[in-house]
Design a protein. Structure first.
Length: 65
């Protein structure tokens, strides 16, 4: 399935949620869609859990000098 078709389906789902359920339903569908997208990318192996976190080093003061 192409990305255009997926975008079309997602847009239609958001449109129906906004029309029939109001703004709250629109936001809920959009948020759950984003969570599902991230979960799908993670399960496909395109996204690693370590990409959300970065290691902080203690050399932040050295950059200001």
């Amino acid at each position: 399935m192409s990305m255009a078709v997926i975008g079309l389906v997602a847009g239609m789902a958001l449109g129906f949620a906004g029309y029939f359920g109001g703004f709250g339903a629109f936001v809920l569908v959009a948020a759950l869609g984003a969570v599902g997208f991230m979960a799908g990318r993670f399960l496909d192996g395109d996204l690693a859990a370590g990409e959300f976190f970065r290691v902080r080093t203690g050399d932040r003061d050295d950059r200001r000098r």
